[in-house]
Design a protein around this ligand. Structure first.
Ligand code: ZN
Length: 64
């Protein structure tokens, strides 16, 4: 079993967890490496990180 289900070499589906620090150090490293060489995912990550930063401004109580 690989972590790249569907054969997609990109890391988009994991960027959210990556931005929130919810991945294992191994996955963390793999995604950091991918972002280094993939401007497309790096751009996506910039957006996701923005959203994560915004979310962090709210208390969970405000969201629910
Ligand atoms: Zn990519």
């Amino acid at each position: 079993m690989t972590s790249e289900a569907g054969g997609d070499p990109h890391v988009r589906s994991q960027l959210g967890a990556y931005a929130l620090g919810g991945l294992t150090p191994e996955e963390d490293r793999r995604i950091a490496g991918h972002l280094d060489g993939c401007p497309r995912c790096a751009a996506d990550y910039a957006e996701v990180a923005d959203g994560a930063a915004l979310l962090a401004l709210f208390d969970e109580e405000d969201l629910w």
